[in-house]
Ligand binder design. Structure first.
Ligand code: G3P
Length: 411
């Protein structure tokens, strides 16, 4: 039996669900055994994979969050493109375009498997709204409307009207795509590594400024750079929570209140209607230097993960997007969206409009480090130390220095 090493970044409910998938695969055949190992959070898992490659001890499969995509694409000699691993019969057309597009080479080949792809949405604690005397069905399509609701929640004495996970991903990266505004030049890096950050334009400054005002007034409660705010929301402390669609797994397992998923709000003052949101989560990269038997095992496992039943179950359990049209169709046929209203919002938000140059996604080198800079600057806004314009100007300048260094090293 050939062992396939799979390093991932899941804990909690998602950790249980990925373990279940691996067990199902292992029990379904006897040629291969996938051994899944948790390597820490997304950044730690990426760094562990890079360090292991340098030491010649890389796993067969490495989960890399979307932030690491450009880094992995540039890591020549470290990765084996998924379309090559899958071989001649690989039908790339079954994967949903807007999902696989993030991980596809300029000549149209899938470089990694978009196993756990998400997009941000608005999670609502309906009980919290009712307790505050607010109609839980109140329209919160726009940030203007959310602002009114936050006023009412604060007025009713709610301690945590709004919190967020992944502030840069949701409130700058997706915000920009959703309002069809560049996050960076050169189609957010898709058209070349000579890209510059551009998220300090009036639309982004206005949004971060509004969040900063809400933070000052105790209406927006900052909980951390990753998904720390999830614990507060799941415990029933917060009324509204901007978080990944994959927050679903934990919320469904833990929330003892009536919850709902809504589309990510947009500013009516900036756009008549929203563009599309972009991908987050992670994809599975295959590492170089493995045996033919291991690559055959990786292909079998990825084929299994992409099969309609397994993929539909994963989508329904986790809130991650279905990666194939068949898995989406099967989910609909099974009545899942009817029984769980709102669970199709993430897919609709991603696919309702043809992406523009500003909304295909991001492909920026050293982006994990750049996110660290953005996090630092945003925290200065939430604490009242910097205004939004100053903080975003500084993040752009500091981030551009890292992009230039990446560009030189990629040559
Ligand atoms: O929580 P996830 O897995 O949907 O990931 C959210 C962000 O995309 C991470 O960069």
């Amino acid at each position: 039996q050939t062992e396939i090493e799979f390093w991932h970044a899941f804990t909690g409910r998602l950790g249980e669900l990925v373990a279940e998938q691996v067990e199902t695969f292992n029990a379904s055949q006897s040629d291969y055994k996938v051994v899944a190992t948790h390597k820490g959070n997304y950044s730690e898992t990426l760094n562990a994979g890079i360090a292991a490659f340098r030491a010649g001890e890389q796993p067969d499969i490495l989960m890399v969050f979307e932030v690491g995509t450009a880094t992995m694409m540039a890591a020549k000699g470290a990765i084996k493109p998924v379309y090559e691993v899958m071989g001649d019969g690989f039908d790339q057309s079954k994967y949903i375009g807007s999902v696989k597009g993030y991980y596809t080479s300029p000549d149209g080949n899938m470089l990694s498997l978009p196993f756990n792809s998400s997009t941000p949405v608005l999670w609502v604690n309906r009980d919290k709204l009712s307790e505050a005397g607010i109609d839980p069905d109140t329209d919160m399509s726009t940030w203007e409307q959310v602002g009114d609701v936050l006023d009412q929640l604060k007025g009713a004495g709610v301690d945590c009207p709004l919190t967020t996970a992944w502030q840069s991903w949701i409130h700058l990266e997706n915000f920009s795509a959703y309002h069809d505004t560049p996050f960076a030049t050169k189609s957010n890096g898709f058209d070349g590594t000579d890209t510059e950050l551009a998220f300090n334009s009036p639309a982004q400054v206005a949004h971060i400024g509004a969040l900063g005002d809400w933070a000052k007034d105790g209406k927006f409660i900052y909980a951390g750079r990753r998904n720390e705010g999830g614990a507060n929301f799941r415990a029933g402390e917060c009324a509204l929570f901007t978080e990944s669609s994959a927050g679903y797994a934990g919320i469904k397992a833990e929330a003892e209140f009536d919850f709902e998923v809504r589309p990510l709000p947009y500013w009516k003052a900036v756009a008549d209607e929203p563009q599309n949101t972009i991908i987050g989560g992670a994809s599975l990269w295959v590492m170089e230097g493995q045996t033919d038997a291991e690559y055959a095992g990786v292909a079998a496992f990825m084929d299994f993960l992409s099969s309609p039943e397994i993929q539909a179950k994963w989508h329904q359990d986790t809130g991650y997007l279905p990666i194939t049209s068949e898995a989406g169709d099967l989910t609909r046929e099974q009545g899942f969206y009817d029984a769980n209203p709102g669970t199709d919002i993430a897919v609709i938000q991603m696919t309702a409009k043809e992406p523009t140059a500003n909304s295909k996604g991001l492909r920026l080198g050293s982006f994990d480090q750049i996110r660290g800079i953005i996090d630092e600057e945003l925290e200065a806004v939430w604490s009242g130390d910097k205004d939004a314009q100053t903080a975003l100007d500084s993040a752009v300048e500091r981030g551009n220095a890292l992009l230039r260094r990446f560009e030189q090293s990629a040559r």
